[in-house]
Design a protein around this ligand. Sequence first.
Ligand code: NAD
Ligand code: GLY
Length: 387
Amino acid sequence: MVGSPKQTGEGPDAPTETVRVELAERSYDIIIGEGLLADAGTYLAPVLTRPRVVIVSDETVAGLHLPPLREALNRSGIRNDAIIVPAGEGSKNFTQLQSLLDRLLELRVERRDTILALGGGVVGDLAGFAAAILRRGIDFIQLPTTLLAQVDSSVGGKTAINAAQGKNLIGAFYQPRLVLADVTTLTSLPARELRAGYGEVVKYGLIDDFEFFQWLEKNGADLLAGSGAAMRHAVAVSCRAKAAIVARDERESGDRALLNLGHTFAHALEAEAGYDGRLLHGEAVSVGMCMAFALSTRLGLCPSQDAERVRRHLSEMELPTGTDGLGLAALTAETMLGHMRQDKKVTDGQLTFILARGIGQAFVTRDVAEADVKEMLYDALRPARAG
Ligand code: NAD
Ligand code: GLY
């Protein structure tokens, strides 16, 4: 499934990879490559009902990537407007949604027009939800500019804003018409954001692709150093993995839960940290995946060498593998479990866990005794409490 990446620095003429998300009449392509935004009109034109789009972006991304995108659209005769929202998680709320919908209506966006979401997961989730409800649904296209968005949030049709009661609680499953993942945009991403997205890349190796995990052990450092070929390859493998899972289980009644490997623990850590930028989602996922493997080992399901190998790779990539140094010294196993019980994946009061029989052998289960989770958490949090 996985081959070696082509030479780095191939530039705009480097090949593109296309991954198909098979969802009957809602199927779409994910096109992955370098320098794609500069030629956006060519890629977009075939899926636009008419040549009119509104770009939604955030202040940071717009400053960097909006002008070349608009030039490319203009060159292709695609009429375009832009709406800019503030950068950061704070934009995924009712106030920003309402003002975005107002602006779209003021621009007289019609049902045959298309929204382009240019940015990370925040812009994708917000603009995607606006597209889902405006005039009962208009087309949208994802132009993801963070590694996290290219390998996860832009694919699969989950769109949402946050509520006071929790993250992503108000939203819709609404698939884009196309995803254009230009890995060249990742070169302007702060190193910490790139590393956080890398946590989600590793997740795909851990779920069901040991070969990809081995490839990441060899090439992860190149990817994080900005190798276009390594990025393209990793994004393509990740999207192929996610597309296959989404095609089997679009609405998460089964296998899609595999994508939440490490996430129940991660969401608890994020809730404790308070979404203030202290702990990025991918960093929390990195710690959460280590906890999932630690729990799997404790339950006698997974060799301890595999758990250690996961921890070592994440640590070598400078991702956190425990709570030390995260400013969560007061966190206890009981508090953590309290956060976990608020998770969206709780059914009839029972938590769902993604565990592993080894690297690349993840599975979904609800059959885990709370005492085992508590003991694992007690061990995992001990250094943080002592520090
Ligand atoms: P983000 O969108 O906030 O982007 C992170 C930061 O990077 C922002 O400040 C942004 O302005 C900046 N940025 C983006 N692209 C840049 C670039 N190319 N160069 C320089 N700066 C750039 O965060 P994210 O990590 O992309 O996404 C997190 C969001 O995604 C969360 O709200 C999460 O809930 C959501 N999410 C959704 C799904 C899904 O399936 N829909 C999956 C995972 C995460
Ligand atoms: N990010 C998890 C999912 O899309 O299901």
